[in-house]
Design a protein around this ligand. Structure first.
Ligand SMILES: Nc1ncnc2c1ncn2[C@@H]1O[C@H](COP(=O)(O)OP(=O)(O)O)[C@@H](O)[C@H]1O
Ligand SMILES: O=C(OP(=O)(O)O)[C@H](O)COP(=O)(O)O
Length: 399
């Protein structure tokens, strides 16, 4: 990170109102209860530092992807209770992120108090990076803090454009810690360095996979994306996930891995199912031998062993994307086995970084969250940072 960028630790917030961009884009259930509060907990160090300094805090975030204006299911009012519990104090809520009510609430805010603004994306100006909208938001606080690592890859009004309206703009503890941990893998990682890629879509992760070939010793591919590899090699994959327009790409990738001396490790067997359901008829198939009418929903037992052996020999591990449909018990064994292996490798001295909403949820679900080196709150943001792209949310903090 640019050493000229300041962080919250460099300042005293006494008597100041800090406007903090956080990423409270958290999952909610059908009753609008927060089902994973990781991103809220992760923002606490910055909020508490400012409150303890004698400052006041105004929090702004997006939630989901509302299409046209306010929608109750995307209201940040649903997270107030979780935030209050996490902070151990009451939180004021502004039902509109700009306008007279937000302005009055912000002006009346006393030292030690917290105000949460309604979803920024209820205004299309947020994603458009509209300067007037950013200016209105900026008028609410004295100092701008960006702690929204998960949204740092977006050049939106509240993440990037807004910074120009502040003399003092700093990054928060979460942002700082995310960037530091990512740099351990980006810089000069201890070898062997193994990347584990999984999840549903190759297209989302093409750039990072290509880039990783310049960096890693081992590249493990599991999850839904592995079936496109099996198909490209001439196998039968039944109704498994397939990205037909990526068949050429994966063949090129396999060639490239060979040229660069990267050990590309693909599944040798797969758990198959008649339907995308926990209780559907199930079986096992060898790689590329999935019968018609069946789909691959997890890596098989031989693959679990092969993948785990490589992980256990690694000194640096980057993991993004589950090995199967871990949300269903019948197809969670692959992801669980990898989580276990990553935790064991970490105990043996390896550095392990887990990124991606679903990967983080999986690691936490299986109880390994505190047994790996770092679980990132970013998905796309972490991958873009790893690809070497400049994150607009970070660049905007440069003096
Ligand atoms: N074989 C598979 N078939 C269908 N979906 C899969 C398969 N393996 C993994 N998935 C799904 O991929 C999703 C996660 O993918 P992704 O969003 O890329 O991960 P992350 O959020 O960690 O980056 C999970 O919901 C999981 O159920
Ligand atoms: O959850 C997020 O990203 P992620 O799904 O890549 O982890 C961030 O809050 C960014 O949300 P967005 O992808 O709607 O801009």
């Amino acid at each position: 990170m640019n050493p000229r960028i300041k962080n919250v630790d460099n300042l005293s917030f006494k008597g100041m109102k800090a406007l903090i961009r956080v990423d409270f884009n958290v999952p909610l259930d059908d009753h609008f209860h927060v089902t994973d509060d990781t991103r809220i907990e992760a923002a606490l160090p910055t909020i508490n530092k400012i409150l303890n300094d004698g400052g006041a805090v105004i929090l702004m975030s997006h939630l989901g992807r509302p299409k046209s204006g306010p929608e109750d299911k995307f209201s940040l009012k649903h997270i107030v209770l979780t935030l209050e519990k996490a902070l151990g104090k009451s939180v004021k809520f502004a039902p509109d992120c700009i306008g007279s009510e937000a302005k009055n609430l912000a002006e009346g805010l006393k030292a030690g108090e917290v105000l949460l603004l309604e979803n920024l994306r209820f205004y299309k100006e947020e994603e458009k990076g509209d300067a007037d909208f950013a200016k209105k938001l900026a008028s609410l606080g004295d100092i701008y803090v960006n702690d929204a690592f998960g949204t740092a890859h977006r050049a939106h009004a509240s993440t990037a454009v807004i910074a120009q309206y502040f003399d003092i703009k700093v990054c928060g503890y979460l942002m700082l810690s995310e960037l530091k941990n990512a740099d351990k893998v980006l810089g000069n990682p201890e070898r062997p360095y193994t990347a584990i890629m999984g999840g549903a879509k190759i297209s989302d992760k093409i750039l990072i996979i290509e880039r990783l070939l310049d960096k890693v010793d081992n590249l493990i591919i599991g999850g839904g994306m592995s079936y496109t590899f099996a198909k490209a090699q001439g196998g039968s994959i039944g109704d498994s996930l397939l990205e037909p327009d990526k068949l050429d790409f994966v063949l090129q990738l396999m060639e490239k891995a060979k040229t660069k001396g990267v050990n590309l490790i693909l599944p040798v067997d797969t758990v198959i199912s008649k339907a995308f359901a926990n209780d559907a008829e199930q079986g096992l198939a060898k790689k590329g031998e999935i019968p018609d009418g069946w789909m691959g929903l997890d890596i098989g037992p031989d693959t679990r062993k092969i993948f785990a052996e490589t992980v256990l020999k690694s000194k640096t591990i980057l993991w993004n994307g589950p090995m199967g449909v871990f949300e269903m018990e019948s197809f969670d064994k692959g992801t669980k086995a990898i989580a276990e292996a990553v935790a064991e490798a970490t105990r043996n001295g390896a550095y392990s970084l887990i990124g991606g909403g679903d990967s983080a949820a999986a690691v936490n679900k299986f109880g390994y969250g505190d047994q790996v080196s770092f679980v990132s709150t970013g998905g796309g943001a972490l991958l873009e940072h790893m690809e070497g792209k400049v994150l607009p949310g970070v660049a905007a903090l440069e003096p």
